[in-house]
Design a protein around this ligand. Structure first.
Ligand code: SAM
Length: 376
């Protein structure tokens, strides 16, 4: 057991939030109120609409005004302020240079706002470089397309990072590589939820000119029941709002839709029947999308019970092209072995049609065989 010591709060004195109306200030306010931290809002505006949200308030001159330091000093003494939070780049820099002299012992409670804002971009850029330097060598039967550029990969990683959901970095790395080794056709995802992996697949579809992405998900609480071994997943699933999840999915994917993404709000088995008989999908949000009916990449990440994962594979795998990829997510899953049993059974039954298979991150990747002439 690892014991983590939680440092005592540096001060029980109130934190001054200035300027109080900035979006990051309001985020800090919300977190402070929920953590029970005392805060005071401050603004230089005569009438600041955020004032009502704060438990205490004061007005300060603009930092460019000569009396700002003295009035800040006075406020700190009067309200016994222990720290200052400011997301404003100029205010943070000014206070970082002057606060120790102005009010010894009072500290800035946040790191440099530009470092904070840029951290995710820098990490994505660095990770994209690593992806390019350490490409996976796949025993794939299809030639690799030219890798996306560093900035294209960094953009993919950065935007994926802000979408909540489940897709570990190792899996993402493998997805990038198999997309490079993919033939043309539809990409079908079973189980999209808030759209994290759907976003990744939508971008890879464009970067490597694979085809269109169809997301299949009933977005219904009924279908979230997975009968996981200890019931821990089902307890959480019962608390989520499936209609809201679909709205979040739409918000996440819509800006990246280049007429190549749509969804069927159906359980996967019903959606497969629908896709077999009609490959045109129409939704109010994404409009009308014509699919080819031939799947290049099938990503299975729906209900993880053995019964559901097997049904997903049975319903869709026959539509995957020779040389195409099947990904069974959560092949390694701490809450049960449904995807693993279903994936293993598929591989055992179709050994003669599989060229390669590997596990990366939590997912199983299977590439079906191409015909000997390589034309698939
Ligand atoms: C693990 S989440 C998917 C996570 C998502 N791929 C991501 O990137 O975060 C599982 C999803 O499967 C969906 N699902 C459950 N039963 C399904 C079924 N029969 N067919 C398709 N999707 C299903 C759930 O609604 C849920 O959105």
């Amino acid at each position: 057991m690892k014991i983590t010591t939680i440092p005592p709060r540096s001060t029980a004195k109130p934190v001054l939030i200035f300027p109080a109306g900035m979006p990051r200030s309001l985020e800090y306010l919300r977190k402070s109120l929920s953590d029970g931290r005392a805060v005071i809002g401050a603004s230089s505006l005569n009438l600041d609409p955020s004032q009502d949200k704060y438990p205490a308030w004061l007005t300060l001159p603009y930092i460019t005004e000569p009396n700002f330091p003295a009035e800040l000093q006075q406020a700190i003494a009067q309200f016994d302020i222990g720290g200052i939070y400011t997301p404003n780049l100029v205010a943070w820099d000014f206070l970082n240079r002057t606060l120790q002299e102005l009010a010894p012992g009072v500290t800035l409670v946040n790191a440099s706002p530009s470092d904070t804002e840029l951290h995710g971009y820098r990490a994505a850029f660095q990770q994209a470089g690593q992806l390019l330097e350490t490409t996976l060598t796949l025993a794939s039967n299809l030639p690799a397309k030219q890798a996306a550029t560093k900035i294209e990969l960094a953009a993919l990683l950065r935007h994926a990072d802000v979408i909540p959901g489940m897709c570990d970095h190792e899996k993402l790395r493998a997805l990038c590589e198999i997309a490079r080794h993919s033939r043309g056709g539809d990409i079908v995802e079973i189980g999209s939820w808030w759209g994290k992996s759907a976003f990744i697949l939508a971008r890879l579809a464009r970067l490597y000119q694979i085809g269109k992405l169809l997301c299949v998900d009933p977005w219904s609480n009924q279908h979230l029941v997975q009968n996981d071994e200890q019931g821990m997943v089902d307890i959480v699933s019962a608390q989520v709002d499936a209609d809201e999840a679909l709205a979040v999915f739409e918000m996440n994917i819509l800006p990246y839709n280049a007429n190549h993404v749509n969804y069927l709000r159906l359980p996967s088995v019903d959606a497969a029947t629908r896709y077999r008989s009609d490959t045109t999908v129409n939704t109010a949000t994404f409009g009308c999308t014509d699919y080819s009916g031939r799947i290049a990449i099938l990503h299975i990440d729906g209900n993880h019970s053995y019964h559901a994962a097997s049904a997903d594979i049975a319903a869709w795998s026959g539509l995957v092209l020779a040389g195409g990829w099947i990904i069974v997510d959560d092949y390694i899953w701490p809450y049960g072995d449904g995807p693993q049993r279903a994936g293993d059974e598929f591989m055992a039954a179709h050994q003669d049609k599989i060229d390669s298979a590997f596990v990366m991150g939590s997912a199983l990747f299977i590439q079906l065989s191409s015909p000997p002439d390589g034309n698939a």
